[in-house]
Design a protein around this ligand. Structure first.
Ligand SMILES: [Zn+2]
Length: 488
């Protein structure tokens, strides 16, 4: 059934510094779940007329008129999350990356090898991520193929859009840990089995998948050179000219990790060069973190067409450092945001947005101080060390993520021809979130029937990004299908 929304629509644009705010938008979603057309400014009294002109009669369509205090935005795109680590959220923040993996993460991930564990854990994991407003997620599973197949099936049944991969890790990156694959060949065979499983899952009407397989070498330290060689061959054999093979891994998250990587891969001039050597740095590659990337590495990553998942919550929680989003953008690297649960303690992209803002402000303060000391200067026209604006943050969490996933033609903004992957957000007091000073029909009854203007909507968006939570996310749509939210 065709669904028509009438009310405020907020969306990023291809201009990183702008977003559109349309208080009286008429947005038509086709049976297939794509945005058939939208008219950005329609008077209340002209809605029926406009629908008629658009070839729609009121029979057989559902019209949803947004209430005062409600608006639509594109769904969030989480470009880096470990589904198998969700039960560990909010613990282990006293550690840093390598000891955190050993003491908290590997013991939990090991349990996904036990029969029934994935079936018990993953439904709850995926449900919570959808309720947080994430319509597309790039998931890391554990190293287990069967558990990760279960994850992919659950995501597919719940209707979320996703990339799902099992970790490739045949190297004892920690002497005590038994959490690694038996051999490089096992790693490849299990990966093939997972890819095959995912290729058979449900597709949209035009044959586009909802769940994509993604090759997931955990990080350079977790892979032997033999495995990296086999992964290189796997990429060559499975590449598709119309859609590059998706790959995800970690890079330059933590200083100790960078040092160890350069120690082991002595013939490589940098961390990025390791992935380049093994054919893993390419269009379709999503690099988590990138805190300590050098200028040369950023140039290489941009040249190869790979993207970076900025994971500020995790980078604060594990004391990893602060990634330089502005500098990455100055190098033309694609950037999206990632929660990186459970290095990050929150499933919500809203928390990630807030921490991305905080990182940019800390870099700004540090740069100002350095300038005062005469050590460096801001460069006009550059993004490095600038504070992220609301437009920047909205872009990173939606369209920026879509670009990192090479899905920007399909999702990331509310535009004609794109899939309707969207959130119906409410800042009405009745949502029960005391932190959001939005709309209360009793208090604000003098303007109960007036639709908010652009300025009010901009304020509401900012308050939602900084004070909102799942209570404000009333409906979550993927490809036009209602899959979650408080009113689902
Ligand atoms: Zn991660």
């Amino acid at each position: 059934m065709t669904i028509v929304f009438y009310g405020p629509v907020i969306s990023p644009t291809n201009d990183y510094d702008e977003y559109t705010v349309d208080p009286r938008c008429l947005l038509v979603v086709s049976d297939e779940g794509t945005i058939e057309w939208l008219d950005r400014d329609v008077q209340d009294s002209m809605v029926q007329q406009r629908l008629f002109e658009g070839g729609l009669s009121t029979d057989g369509i559902e019209i949803i008129t947004l209430k005062n205090g409600e608006f639509l935005i594109p769904g969030f795109i989480d470009t880096h999350i470990h589904a198998c680590q969700v039960p560990n959220m909010g613990i282990g923040g006293d550690k840093e990356l390598l000891s955190w993996l050993r003491d908290y993460t590997f013991p939990l991930e090991t349990q996904f090898g036990s029969p029934g564990f994935a079936e018990r854990i993953y439904p709850d994991v995926v449900r919570r991520i959808i309720e947080s407003g994430t319509t597309t997620a790039c998931y890391y599973g554990s190293l287990h193929s069967d558990a990760t197949k279960t994850l992919a099936t659950i995501i597919n049944n719940k209707g979320q859009r996703a990339f799902v991969g099992k970790c490739n890790m045949d190297h004892k990156s920690d002497g005590d840990s038994e959490y690694h694959e038996k051999s490089a060949q096992d790693s490849i065979d299990d990966t093939k089995a997972l890819f095959k499983h995912i290729h058979h899952l449900r597709k949209s009407a035009d044959g586009t998948p909802f769940v994509y397989p993604i090759l997931t070498p955990r990080f350079a330290l977790s892979c032997t050179e033999h495995l990296l060689e086999l992964l290189k061959r796997f990429v060559e054999e499975n590449d598709n000219p119309s859609r590059p093979l998706a790959i995800q891994t970690h890079i330059s998250e933590n200083m100790e990790e960078v040092e160890e990587t350069l120690q082991i891969f002595k013939d490589c001039s940098s961390y990025a060069a390791v992935y380049q050597k093994y054919g893993l740095l390419r269009r379709g590659t999503i690099l988590g973190h990138g805190v300590y990337l050098t200028d040369d590495e950023m140039t290489l990553i941009a040249k190869q067409g790979a993207g970076v998942a900025h994971c500020p919550t995790s980078n604060f929680y594990l004391s990893s450092g602060m990634a330089q989003v502005g500098k990455l953008l100055d190098h033309d690297v694609k950037v999206g945001l990632g929660t990186d649960v459970s290095g990050g303690y929150s499933l919500s992209m809203l928390t990630t947005i807030r921490n991305a803002s905080n990182v940019s402000k800390m870099l700004f303060v540090n740069a100002q101080a350095a300038e005062r000391r005469g050590e460096q200067r801001f460069h006009a026209g550059k993004r490095a060390n600038r504070k992220l604006t609301v437009a920047n943050l909205l872009h990173l969490a939606t369209l920026g993520g879509a670009k990192v996933c090479n899905l920007e033609k399909q999702i990331g903004s509310l535009d004609e021809g794109k899939a309707f992957d969207a959130l119906l957000v409410s800042v009405r007091d009745e949502t029960g979130n005391p932190a959001v000073w939005g709309y209360n029909p009793h208090r604000d009854s003098h303007n109960a029937n007036t639709l908010p203007d652009k300025k009010t909507l901009r304020i509401w968006l900012e308050r939602f990004l900084f004070c909102g939570d799942d209570r404000n996310i009333r409906k979550v749509f993927v490809q036009g299908r209602l899959i979650g939210g408080k009113e689902a």
